[in-house]
Design a protein around this ligand. Structure first.
Ligand code: NAD
Length: 290
């Protein structure tokens, strides 16, 4: 690092709180170094109270951009000059690009998920998927899947504080894309089974299966899965959730959340540098298996 950083080095940030645990700095810096790109990526503890100043600093310090995570993802757009169509529909931004003082917000989580599918030779375009979730990760995936050409999306969620968001997501998809979206209560397990039976892909986009819900799933038994069903999870710690374990037992092709994490970072990397991340190298360097 001492040899790499110079007076010309461009800075990219990550603004969130808490953030010290993030694996993004290691991932982004590894990729910059591998390609010999003169950038450095640092995490900054920024919450909603200091967000406006932090965004001003991106302009003042002529930073190339930043990643944005919670609690700032859903509020940072008000300090930006423009947002991408996907970020507009999601109501969230996870990447800022600074083009000579003009700050544009993007959301790369959904792009990351769709890219991870492609990288796994899974082609859901023109087909139907069933997905559980109505939070940040789920919304990004649902919007991007619809924008990319998934034909039908059946969304399930609990009737909790995220339900209204799912109602809005379904409206946005049906009003702005060619995809047909429907929302169902996750309590209706007969309906869940029926929708999964007609789907090519079944996705978990909630924290179910991760601490404090490790070892748990809302799928009551293996009859929800069939051999030719693709089953994916946004969770990557643990690498194999109970949801994926059950699916694997039936013989389904599965994908954990590591690919989404890698490719959301890769999409941001490309927005800042104009170059694709060295994906195969990154998989080896970070021991990414999904
Ligand atoms: P969020 O808080 O925005 O949403 C939480 C979602 O979980 C909601 O849909 C909520 O209804 C549902 N939920 C919570 N408890 C539940 C329960 N007991 N039963 C059923 N549903 C329940 O969270 P988020 O930011 O969307 O993150 C969700 C998961 O996605 C987390 O595990 C997070 O680590 C993971 N994630 C992964 C990536 C990646 O790159 N792989 C990116 C973002 C988030």
């Amino acid at each position: 690092m001492a040899e790499r950083i110079t007076g010309y080095t461009e800075l990219v940030g990550l603004i969130a709180y808490p953030i010290r645990h993030s694996s993004s700095p290691a991932m982004q810096n590894e990729a910059f170094a591998k390609l010999g790109l003169d950038y450095a990526y640092l995490a900054f503890e920024v919450d909603n109270d200091t967000l406006e100043d932090a965004v001003k600093a991106i302009r003042t310090l002529k930073m190339r951009g930043s990643n944005v995570s919670m609690p700032n993802k859903t509020v940072v757009h008000k300090y930006l000059d423009a947002v991408s169509p996907a970020a507009e529909l999601c109501g969230a931004v996870n990447t800022i690009v600074n083009d000579n003082g003009k700050l544009t917000g993007h959301i790369t989580d959904g792009i990351g998920y769709m890219q991870a599918l492609k990288d796994n030779d899974i082609d859901v375009i023109g087909k139907k998927m069933t997905i559980v979730g109505a939070g940040g990760a789920a919304t990004a995936i649902e919007i991007q899947a619809a924008l990319d050409g998934v034909a039908e999306i059946s969304i399930f969620n609990r009737k909790d504080e995220f339900w209204d968001n799912a109602v809005k997501t379904v409206e946005k998809i049906n009003n702005n894309t060619k995809c047909k979206a429907q929302l169902f209560d996750l309590q209706d397990l007969d309906k869940l089974k029926e929708e999964v039976e007609g789907s090519y892909l079944f996705a978990n986009a909630t924290g179910m299966g991760m601490k404090p819900l490790e070892g748990q799933t809302y799928v009551p038994d293996k009859s929800f899965f069939r051999k030719d069903l693709i089953v994916t999870d946004v969770v990557y710690y643990p690498r194999e959730t109970e949801f994926l374990r059950m699916a694997k037992e039936v013989g389904c092709k599965t994908m954990n959340g590591l690919g989404m994490m890698l490719f959301q970072g890769s999409a941001a990397f490309e927005l800042w540098t104009g170059q694709p991340m060295p994906i195969e190298y990154m998989k080896e360097a970070l021991d990414i298996k999904y």
